[in-house]
Design a binder for this molecule. Structure first.
Ligand code: GLA
Length: 412
């Protein structure tokens, strides 16, 4: 069994999938832009923000803990041009819904529609008192929705970055755009998410993962030299139905754990508590459920630290073992996996040549991430996909993750 790469580094195998949602190539996208918004002297500009896959450090970011994600090659393109009509026009090649919103009405949410994400960013720019005119905007993306690969952070960051460039808001640094995107998600999408997704979508780097301390925002790049292993994303195709309400429930449970721990430790987030401190004090959390939630966060934090040192030493096997342990804790302590994710992960872990597999993202459906020996990728996809279908009736997709750069302008 073998597979080839073409010069662009794209896997030429019949078995690894491309996401079923596709982005238009730039030329076609610009052509469509002119059809929608007409040609004018001023040329539109094009921006791109990636999606991300989190390698380890799940449900730690909003707890002030550590994470280790990387940006991926799939993402969101945005073609944009200012207009002098005082109207923001939003369209996408992926969604039928379009909007034309006068500047004075930008504060209103359009709940349940994708335009809510860009609108959240416009609102942030208004709050920061950055002056802007109307814009003609066309989006096109290839990140599967609702799959835990940060399609929303990708839309938010491509919008924030493009607006910063188009309005010449030079005072806004990347970290400001990241924080604005997180606030947009809280205020417009109603998800009290952490900062990981936007951060890596903004600051990801080719062939590297990003090690981020979500409390201090200190970060560093970790080279992903995987010695013959590939990062394979498995999309369970199980929609993350309850994800938003369950996510906010977990955030609240962790806050309760902090309140219990505050009887002994003056901390504001679980991420400030070390593994040793927790093991000495865990009996003082009277509620077993809350103790399990804290156990996950604090042990996962330690796993991220261990993963970074394993990767820096080139100990991929150890890194894979930590990924497996992460899944176990997300399943048993944090209870955010579910039948589909557990089935796919168990199917992957039993294959010889797979050294680590876990759910990635918020959970309750979405994707898994596995470290798979390059020579068996085809067999892995075929076997895991077949068994997964037999047990769930769902047809999984598998993508090769290429660790990529963060948000940027694309020249045409
Ligand atoms: C979602 C959130 C992130 C993070 C993960 C879980 O992706 O957007 O901030 O909390 O879940 O690790």
């Amino acid at each position: 069994m073998h597979f080839l790469y073409n010069l662009a580094g794209i896997l030429e195998t019949s078995q690894i999938n491309q996401p079923s949602i596709t982005a238009m190539d730039l030329q076609t996208l610009t052509g469509l832009f002119f059809e929608l918004y007409h040609k004018r002297d001023e040329k539109p500009r094009c921006f791109f923000a990636p999606g991300r896959v989190n390698l380890i450090g799940e449900h730690t970011d909003y707890n002030g803990g550590f994470v280790l994600p990387c940006a991926i090659q799939y993402g969101t393109y945005l073609v944009i041009r200012p207009n002098d009509e005082g109207v923001v026009k939003l369209a996408s090649t992926n969604m039928e819904f379009r909007a034309e919103i006068p500047l004075a009405e930008l504060k209103k949410k359009v709940t349940g529609q994708w335009v809510n994400y860009p609108l959240g960013i416009f609102d942030q720019f208004s709050q920061m008192k950055v002056p802007f005119t109307g814009f003609d905007m066309l989006y096109s993306g290839d990140i599967p929705y609702n799959a835990g690969l940060s399609s929303s952070a990708s839309i938010e960051m491509v919008t924030a970055f493009a607006l910063a460039v188009m309005t010449n808001a030079v005072e806004l640094e990347m970290i400001d755009l990241v924080k604005m995107s997180q606030r947009a998600e809280h205020e417009f999408a109603g998800v009290n998410c952490g900062i990981m997704d936007m951060f890596v979508v903004g600051m990801g780097h080719k062939d590297h993962a990003l090690f981020l301390n979500c409390l201090t925002l200190e970060h560093k790049r970790v080279p992903l030299e995987l010695n013959g292993f590939k990062i394979i994303i498995g999309n369970t195709q199980k929609q993350r139905g309850l994800a938003e309400s369950k996510y906010n429930e977990r955030v609240a449970e962790c806050q309760l754990a902090v309140t219990y721990m505050n009887q002994f430790l003056p901390v504001s987030k679980l991420g400030e508590i070390s593994f040793m401190q927790f093991y000495k004090m865990q009996e003082n959390i009277p509620d077993e459920l809350i103790r399990k939630r804290a156990r996950h966060v604090i042990s996962e934090n330690q796993r991220v630290l261990n993963s970074v040192s394993s990767l820096l030493k080139g100990d991929i096997l150890q890194f894979g073992a930590l990924m497996n342990a992460s899944h176990e804790s997300l399943r048993d302590n944090y209870e955010v996996t579910g039948f589909e994710l557990d089935t796919m992960v168990a199917g992957a872990q039993k294959i010889n040549g797979v050294i680590g597999s876990r759910m990635t993202g918020a959970g309750f459906g979405g994707c898994t991430v596995s470290l798979v020996r390059a020579e068996i990728v085809d067999m892995f996809v075929e076997t895991v996909g077949r068994e997964y279908f037999a047990r769930t009736g769902l047809k999984a997709e598998f993508y090769l993750a290429e660790p990529s750069d963060g948000v940027r302008e694309i020249s045409q």
